[in-house]
Design a binder for this molecule. Structure first.
Ligand code: FMN
Length: 215
Protein backbone atom coordinates (compact mmCIF):
# COMPACT_ATOMS: atom_id res chain seq x y z
CA UNK A 1 0.00 0.00 0.00
CA UNK A 2 1.17 3.50 -0.75
CA UNK A 3 -0.51 6.55 0.65
CA UNK A 4 -0.31 10.09 -0.69
CA UNK A 5 -0.80 12.53 2.22
CA UNK A 6 -2.24 15.06 -0.25
CA UNK A 7 -5.23 12.69 -0.71
CA UNK A 8 -5.85 12.13 3.02
CA UNK A 9 -7.63 14.27 5.59
CA UNK A 10 -5.75 15.68 8.56
CA UNK A 11 -7.25 13.22 11.07
CA UNK A 12 -6.14 10.19 9.05
CA UNK A 13 -2.68 11.70 8.64
CA UNK A 14 -2.49 12.38 12.37
CA UNK A 15 -3.40 8.75 13.11
CA UNK A 16 -0.78 7.53 10.66
CA UNK A 17 1.83 9.74 12.28
CA UNK A 18 1.12 8.72 15.88
CA UNK A 19 0.87 5.07 14.83
CA UNK A 20 4.15 5.08 12.92
CA UNK A 21 6.32 7.45 14.93
CA UNK A 22 6.46 5.72 18.29
CA UNK A 23 7.24 5.49 21.04
CA UNK A 24 7.53 9.24 21.47
CA UNK A 25 9.09 10.95 24.47
CA UNK A 26 6.84 13.34 26.35
CA UNK A 27 7.76 16.98 26.98
CA UNK A 28 5.78 18.45 29.85
CA UNK A 29 5.89 22.09 28.83
CA UNK A 30 5.52 24.87 31.38
CA UNK A 31 4.91 28.45 30.27
CA UNK A 32 3.90 31.82 31.70
CA UNK A 33 1.66 34.40 30.06
CA UNK A 34 3.67 37.29 28.52
CA UNK A 35 2.17 39.69 31.10
CA UNK A 36 3.15 37.27 33.89
CA UNK A 37 -0.43 36.88 35.11
CA UNK A 38 -0.90 33.10 34.69
CA UNK A 39 0.97 29.84 34.24
CA UNK A 40 0.22 26.90 31.93
CA UNK A 41 1.21 23.23 31.67
CA UNK A 42 0.63 20.72 28.85
CA UNK A 43 2.25 17.51 27.52
CA UNK A 44 3.62 17.31 23.96
CA UNK A 45 4.96 14.11 22.39
CA UNK A 46 6.01 15.66 19.08
CA UNK A 47 9.22 16.48 20.92
CA UNK A 48 12.91 15.90 20.36
CA UNK A 49 16.43 17.14 20.85
CA UNK A 50 17.87 19.20 17.99
CA UNK A 51 21.56 19.71 18.73
CA UNK A 52 24.15 19.80 21.47
CA UNK A 53 26.29 22.77 20.36
CA UNK A 54 24.53 24.86 21.57
CA UNK A 55 21.99 22.72 23.40
CA UNK A 56 18.68 23.00 21.57
CA UNK A 57 15.39 21.11 21.58
CA UNK A 58 11.99 21.42 19.94
CA UNK A 59 8.36 20.49 20.46
CA UNK A 60 5.31 20.94 18.23
CA UNK A 61 2.01 22.33 19.51
CA UNK A 62 -0.43 21.98 16.59
CA UNK A 63 -3.17 24.54 16.01
CA UNK A 64 -6.50 23.54 17.56
CA UNK A 65 -9.61 22.60 15.56
CA UNK A 66 -10.42 26.28 15.00
CA UNK A 67 -6.94 26.94 13.67
CA UNK A 68 -5.91 28.99 16.69
CA UNK A 69 -2.74 28.63 18.74
CA UNK A 70 -2.79 26.43 21.84
CA UNK A 71 -2.12 28.30 25.11
CA UNK A 72 1.42 26.89 25.26
CA UNK A 73 2.34 28.35 21.87
CA UNK A 74 0.64 31.63 22.70
CA UNK A 75 2.89 31.90 25.79
CA UNK A 76 6.12 30.39 24.43
CA UNK A 77 6.42 32.17 21.08
CA UNK A 78 9.11 34.85 20.78
CA UNK A 79 8.59 38.26 22.39
CA UNK A 80 8.62 39.82 18.90
CA UNK A 81 5.53 37.71 18.10
CA UNK A 82 3.68 38.64 21.31
CA UNK A 83 4.80 35.71 23.50
CA UNK A 84 7.03 35.46 26.56
CA UNK A 85 9.91 33.92 24.59
CA UNK A 86 10.43 31.24 27.25
CA UNK A 87 9.33 27.76 28.28
CA UNK A 88 10.42 24.78 30.34
CA UNK A 89 10.41 21.10 29.44
CA UNK A 90 10.08 18.59 32.29
CA UNK A 91 10.39 14.86 31.61
CA UNK A 92 7.61 12.37 32.40
CA UNK A 93 8.46 9.43 34.70
CA UNK A 94 5.94 6.65 35.25
CA UNK A 95 5.11 7.72 38.82
CA UNK A 96 3.56 11.03 37.61
CA UNK A 97 2.21 9.94 34.20
CA UNK A 98 -1.45 10.21 35.26
CA UNK A 99 -0.93 13.80 36.39
CA UNK A 100 1.02 14.58 33.19
CA UNK A 101 -1.81 13.29 31.01
CA UNK A 102 -4.37 15.15 33.12
CA UNK A 103 -2.50 18.35 32.23
CA UNK A 104 -3.68 17.86 28.61
CA UNK A 105 -7.11 19.08 29.71
CA UNK A 106 -8.07 22.03 27.52
CA UNK A 107 -8.68 24.69 30.17
CA UNK A 108 -9.52 28.31 29.32
CA UNK A 109 -6.53 30.56 28.71
CA UNK A 110 -5.19 31.73 32.07
CA UNK A 111 -6.34 28.66 34.07
CA UNK A 112 -3.47 26.52 35.41
CA UNK A 113 -3.26 22.83 34.55
CA UNK A 114 -0.70 22.48 37.37
CA UNK A 115 -3.54 22.84 39.83
CA UNK A 116 -5.93 20.55 37.95
CA UNK A 117 -3.28 17.82 37.61
CA UNK A 118 -1.93 18.09 41.14
CA UNK A 119 1.60 18.95 40.01
CA UNK A 120 3.72 21.58 41.75
CA UNK A 121 5.08 24.57 39.79
CA UNK A 122 8.72 25.21 40.71
CA UNK A 123 10.01 28.66 39.75
CA UNK A 124 12.44 28.91 36.86
CA UNK A 125 15.91 30.29 37.61
CA UNK A 126 16.80 31.75 34.18
CA UNK A 127 13.23 31.93 32.82
CA UNK A 128 9.92 33.05 34.31
CA UNK A 129 8.15 29.89 33.11
CA UNK A 130 7.59 27.26 35.83
CA UNK A 131 8.78 23.66 35.67
CA UNK A 132 7.31 20.55 37.30
CA UNK A 133 8.81 20.09 40.78
CA UNK A 134 7.96 16.34 40.76
CA UNK A 135 9.94 15.71 37.54
CA UNK A 136 13.58 14.58 37.93
CA UNK A 137 14.89 16.49 34.89
CA UNK A 138 13.81 19.85 33.53
CA UNK A 139 15.20 22.17 30.88
CA UNK A 140 14.77 25.93 31.07
CA UNK A 141 14.56 27.24 27.49
CA UNK A 142 14.62 30.50 25.56
CA UNK A 143 12.54 30.37 22.39
CA UNK A 144 14.70 30.83 19.31
CA UNK A 145 12.08 30.49 16.59
CA UNK A 146 8.65 29.14 15.70
CA UNK A 147 8.25 27.55 12.28
CA UNK A 148 4.59 27.40 11.21
CA UNK A 149 3.66 24.88 8.50
CA UNK A 150 0.08 26.16 7.98
CA UNK A 151 -0.64 29.29 10.05
CA UNK A 152 -4.28 29.75 11.04
CA UNK A 153 -5.37 26.32 9.70
CA UNK A 154 -6.89 23.56 11.87
CA UNK A 155 -4.17 21.04 12.87
CA UNK A 156 -1.50 23.23 11.25
CA UNK A 157 1.92 22.41 12.69
CA UNK A 158 4.16 24.68 14.74
CA UNK A 159 7.74 23.78 15.58
CA UNK A 160 9.00 25.63 18.66
CA UNK A 161 12.79 25.67 18.73
CA UNK A 162 14.38 26.45 22.08
CA UNK A 163 17.89 27.04 23.42
CA UNK A 164 18.45 25.35 26.77
CA UNK A 165 19.65 27.91 29.32
CA UNK A 166 19.67 25.70 32.43
CA UNK A 167 19.21 22.00 33.21
CA UNK A 168 17.78 20.71 36.49
CA UNK A 169 18.72 17.12 37.41
CA UNK A 170 17.75 15.28 40.60
CA UNK A 171 20.76 13.54 42.17
CA UNK A 172 18.50 10.50 42.60
CA UNK A 173 18.55 9.71 38.85
CA UNK A 174 22.36 9.76 38.60
CA UNK A 175 24.20 6.43 38.84
CA UNK A 176 27.51 5.68 40.59
CA UNK A 177 29.45 6.68 37.43
CA UNK A 178 27.74 10.05 37.28
CA UNK A 179 25.48 9.16 34.33
CA UNK A 180 21.74 9.47 33.98
CA UNK A 181 20.24 6.12 35.01
CA UNK A 182 17.37 4.97 32.75
CA UNK A 183 15.99 2.61 35.39
CA UNK A 184 15.84 5.32 38.03
CA UNK A 185 14.33 7.78 35.54
CA UNK A 186 11.64 5.29 34.49
CA UNK A 187 10.37 7.54 31.68
CA UNK A 188 7.16 6.89 29.75
CA UNK A 189 6.63 7.07 25.99
CA UNK A 190 3.46 7.83 24.08
CA UNK A 191 2.14 5.31 21.55
CA UNK A 192 -0.95 5.65 19.33
CA UNK A 193 -4.42 6.49 20.64
CA UNK A 194 -4.57 6.28 24.42
CA UNK A 195 -1.49 4.03 24.59
CA UNK A 196 1.71 4.55 26.54
CA UNK A 197 4.80 2.45 27.16
CA UNK A 198 7.49 2.26 29.78
CA UNK A 199 11.24 2.21 29.10
CA UNK A 200 11.76 -0.89 31.25
CA UNK A 201 12.54 -3.40 28.46
CA UNK A 202 15.98 -2.28 27.29
CA UNK A 203 18.92 -3.90 25.48
CA UNK A 204 22.42 -2.88 24.35
CA UNK A 205 24.06 -3.27 20.93
CA UNK A 206 27.56 -2.52 19.71
CA UNK A 207 27.85 0.36 17.22
CA UNK A 208 27.69 -0.10 13.44
CA UNK A 209 28.46 -3.42 11.66
CA UNK A 210 29.31 -5.09 14.94
CA UNK A 211 25.60 -4.88 15.75
CA UNK A 212 24.73 -7.68 13.26
CA UNK A 213 27.55 -10.07 14.27
CA UNK A 214 25.85 -11.56 17.31
CA UNK A 215 22.45 -11.94 15.60
C1 FMN B 1 0.85 12.47 26.21
C2 FMN B 1 0.29 13.58 25.36
C3 FMN B 1 1.03 14.09 24.31
C4 FMN B 1 0.54 15.14 23.53
N1 FMN B 1 1.29 15.62 22.49
C5 FMN B 1 0.85 16.67 21.76
C6 FMN B 1 1.66 17.21 20.71
O1 FMN B 1 2.78 16.77 20.43
N2 FMN B 1 1.16 18.26 20.02
C7 FMN B 1 -0.06 18.81 20.31
O2 FMN B 1 -0.46 19.78 19.67
N3 FMN B 1 -0.84 18.32 21.31
C8 FMN B 1 -0.41 17.27 22.04
N4 FMN B 1 -1.18 16.78 23.06
C9 FMN B 1 -2.43 17.48 23.39
C10 FMN B 1 -2.17 18.73 24.25
O3 FMN B 1 -1.52 18.38 25.47
C11 FMN B 1 -3.51 19.42 24.55
O4 FMN B 1 -4.06 19.93 23.35
C12 FMN B 1 -3.40 20.53 25.57
O5 FMN B 1 -4.69 20.96 25.94
C13 FMN B 1 -2.66 21.74 25.08
O6 FMN B 1 -2.63 22.63 26.16
P1 FMN B 1 -2.54 24.20 26.03
O7 FMN B 1 -3.72 24.67 25.22
O8 FMN B 1 -2.61 24.63 27.47
O9 FMN B 1 -1.24 24.54 25.37
C14 FMN B 1 -0.74 15.69 23.80
C15 FMN B 1 -1.51 15.15 24.85
C16 FMN B 1 -1.01 14.09 25.61
C17 FMN B 1 -1.85 13.52 26.71
Amino acid sequence: MQLDPAALDAERIYKLMIGAIMPRPIAVVGTRAPDGSSINLAPFSFFCGVGSNPMTLCFCPANDEAGTEKDTLRNAKPVAEGGSGEFTVSVAPHRIIRQVVAAAEGLAYGASEFELAGLTPAPGVRVRAPRVAESPIAFECRTLQVIRTNPGAPSGGNLVLGAVELIHVDDEVIDARGRLDAARLDLVGRMAGLGYCTTRDRFDLPWGRAAIKGA
